[in-house]
Design a protein around this ligand. Structure first.
Ligand SMILES: Nc1ncnc2c1ncn2[C@@H]1O[C@H](COP(=O)(O)OP(=O)(O)OP(=O)(O)O)[C@@H](O)[C@H]1O
Length: 344
């Protein structure tokens, strides 16, 4: 393991337990995302790894064989990219990228060579001589990444690196960031509250809730096999199918669904993309709202389950609000969780 975190916890003065004891192992070159809602402790964990925050007593942070638990931030050799970029506005792009190298006291020629290399890698050649203020948000983001990477950090930490950008640019830069991090071949940890961003960029995602890691795994594993209701909801927006389970049958207000196995005493969940409009489906529901989203319609339905059920429908047209429809949900797309996992 490149980075080993053991027993990392944080209680802020005043008593807020921002982080409960957490263990995490990150392999060399791996990109890990800390994903979770506001206040779950992800920034606190990132800042502890960076050395910007001290963990409660008993923590251990190792980088390979190097115990960095008590090392000051400047000796940890970590690169950081923040949401606000924190670029120096009075310096050029080159000046910003070379800043860390200059601080290391490297000779001029060596700084220039490394800056050229990183500028090429990040495809920033057309902007190299520009002032920071003459760049777009996306270009600034790339400069911030280049600046963090130039001093050859052994770990790159990114805190919501795309959140200052508008939605269209975010999508584009998300893919670009994923490609650049892989090209760097660097071990990276990045914080986000956006599940699409985490899934698109990370090799593994640590879903956090209330100061703890609820589940860590590949995007596919989290999506296909969430272990708790929180993860099921947060990664892929699963909806509870509140009803009564008897053997392999789930009795809902709008009809009865088949399950793959007897699941008495357990709880069922489904994703909107797995709810289908089907002429002879076993569930009856009333359409309450229809939203056209380009590639599909999002249909809100009442009467099928205790709460509103959503269906993503890809047809050329959609039913109208007020209409009654039939729905089908394949047994294998119904997620079954034990009561304790359903409550977590
Ligand atoms: N310096 C501080 N002093 C006291 N409490 C703090 C401090 N920083 C964070 N907290 C609290 O610790 C908890 C976790 O905060 P943290 O910033 O790690 O969450 P987060 O998941 O990164 O949230 P966000 O996405 O909103 O940044 C929150 O309840 C927060 O209010």
């Amino acid at each position: 393991m490149t980075l080993t975190l053991r027993n990392i916890a944080k209680t802020y003065p005043g008593g807020t337990r921002a982080l409960l004891p957490t263990d995490l192992d990150i392999a060399e070159g791996e990109i890990v995302s800390l994903l979770g809602p506001s206040g779950c402790g992800k920034t606190t964990l990132l800042r502890i790894i960076a050395g910007l925050e001290t963990a409660d007593a008993g923590a251990e942070i190792r980088f390979k064989d190097d115990d960095i638990t008590h090392q000051p931030v400047e000796r940890r050799k970590v690169g950081m990219v923040f949401q606000s970029y924190a670029l120096f506005p009075n310096m050029s792009v080159r000046g910003n990228i070379g800043y860390g190298l200059k601080m290391q006291g490297l000779p001029r020629a060596q700084i220039d060579a490394r800056v050229d290399e990183v500028i090429a890698l990040c495809r920033l050649e057309p902007y190299a001589g520009r002032a920071i203020t003459a760049l777009s948000g996306g270009q600034r983001q790339r400069v911030a990444l280049a600046r963090a990477f130039a001093p050859r950090p052994r770990l790159l930490l990114l805190d919501e690196p795309l959140s200052a950008l508008d939605a269209a640019l975010r999508g584009q830069l998300r893919d670009e960031l994923a490609a650049l991090l892989r090209q760097f071949g660097i071990t990276a940890i990045f914080v986000t509250h956006d599940q699409d961003e985490a899934m698109a960029i990370a090799d593994r995602v640590a879903v956090m809730s209330q100061g703890r890691v609820a589940q860590i795994g590949t995007p596919e594993a989290l999506y296909r096999a969430p272990q708790t209701a929180f993860v099921a909801r947060f990664v892929g927006n699963s909806m509870p199918l509140g009803g009564r389970i008897e053997g392999s049958q789930l009795h809902l207000p709008g009809g009865t669904l088949a399950l793959t196995a007897p699941s008495d005493g357990k709880a069922a969940f489904v994703r909107a993309e797995d709810v289908r409009l089907a002429e002879h489906g076993p569930l009856t529901a009333r359409v309450t709202a229809v939203t056209f989203l380009g590639t599909h319609y999002r249909i809100a339905l009442s009467g099928a389950t205790e709460d509103t059920l959503f269906c993503l429908h890809q047809g050329q047209s959609a039913p109208k609000p007020g209409e009654t429809v039939r729905l089908a949900i394949a047994p294998q797309s119904i997620l079954i969780l034990s009561p304790e996992k359903a409550a977590a």
